[in-house]
Design a protein around this ligand. Structure first.
Ligand code: AMP
Ligand code: ZN
Ligand code: FE
Ligand code: FE
Length: 287
């Protein structure tokens, strides 16, 4: 059984519609794929319908943008109630802040590159969650850079004078919200040091105490030493360890199924989800 628990569609910054991501997953020989777009559930219905059609199990998820002490932290949530109002408000606030931030970056980039906000909107599908990859696509379309990689290495990097941060919730608070919404939270690429500063082990411990269920260990942005360290942390804190591609279609080099999750880990995630559903049904009955 081949399981990939982290992918993006054009509901955020992937390049394919959700159903096509699932189709590509089937062609890549995956049995299970999670759709985890940034800060939105917009792709869930199409992905789940495609999964039924193609005989691929689709795990509905999101990747929640968080910030702690100026460090960007990404939290995956699986299987939560998409109608939960608190979690929904948190994701909505992030999407709004991402748009404001993207506009500011374009204001800074405009005088040097000729880029306009309309150029960026031309790269965004419907009301997809806007990210730097869309600005990158507009820069590629305008012939300023060759591809997303070049854009991220230069004009859009966190160290660039054109970079503007967006506001985002604290990851410990996000873990609590995910748990309250009946979801299972897993910390995405916790040690991806190439991208910038990473969350500390002490903060991972605080998140574990708040209900974090696992760490994404096998991810292309982690070295062998980082994976070994994360496995130690997971053992010490009794956390599950997952592996995934973080596929973005043609927007990134990551290929579906390049890292996978053990079937036993998926079973444990399923058990945790089942327990949370039972618990929230109990609360709904006033038990
Ligand atoms: P943002 O969330 O808007 O700050 O943009 C960061 C997103 O861009 C991350 O979710 C990554 O998936 C994506 N990203 C980061 N580096 C690259 C890259 N070199 N090429 C394509 N996408 C990237
Ligand atoms: Zn992304
Ligand atoms: Fe991420
Ligand atoms: Fe991702």
């Amino acid at each position: 059984m081949r399981i990939d628990l982290h992918t993006h569609s054009n509901a955020s910054d992937g390049t394919q519609p959700p159903a096509d991501v699932v189709d590509s997953a089937a062609r890549a020989g995956l049995d299970v794929v999670a759709l985890t777009d940034h800060d939105t559930h917009a792709g869930w219905d199409d992905a789940l319908a495609a999964g039924e059609r193609l005989g691929v199990r689709v795990v509905p998820g999101v990747e929640i943008s968080c910030l702690r002490g100026g460090v960007s932290v990404h939290l995956l949530s699986y299987g939560h109630d998409p109608h939960d109002t608190h979690l929904g408000a948190m994701l909505g606030a992030s999407r709004t802040s991402r748009e404001t931030r993207a506009r500011r970056m374009v204001e800074r980039l405009g005088p040097v590159t000729g880029l306009s906000w309309e150029d960026v909107l031309g790269q965004v599908h419907g009301d997809a969650t806007i990210g730097r990859p869309h600005i990158a696509d507009a820069l590629v379309a305008a012939g300023v850079v060759a591809d997303r990689d070049e854009a991220f290495g230069t004009l859009l990097s966190g160290r660039s004078p054109y970079f503007v941060p967006h506001t985002a919730p604290d990851p410990v608070e996000a873990v609590r919200r995910v748990v309250a919404a009946g979801g299972v939270p897993v910390l995405a690429h916790p040690a991806a040091s190439k991208r910038g500063s990473c969350i500390t082990d002490a903060d991972v411990e605080t998140m574990a105490a708040a209900g974090l269920a696992g760490l994404e260990v096998d991810h292309r942005d982690h070295s062998d030493a980082e994976r070994a360290h994360l496995r130690d942390v997971a053992r010490r804190l009794d956390l599950l360890t997952t592996g995934s591609s973080d596929y973005h279609g043609t927007g990134k080099r990551n290929r579906l199924g390049e890292n996978t999750t053990d079937p036993d880990v998926l079973q444990a995630l399923d058990r945790a989800l089942e327990q949370r559903r039972t618990a929230s049904a109990g609360r709904a009955r006033g038990a």
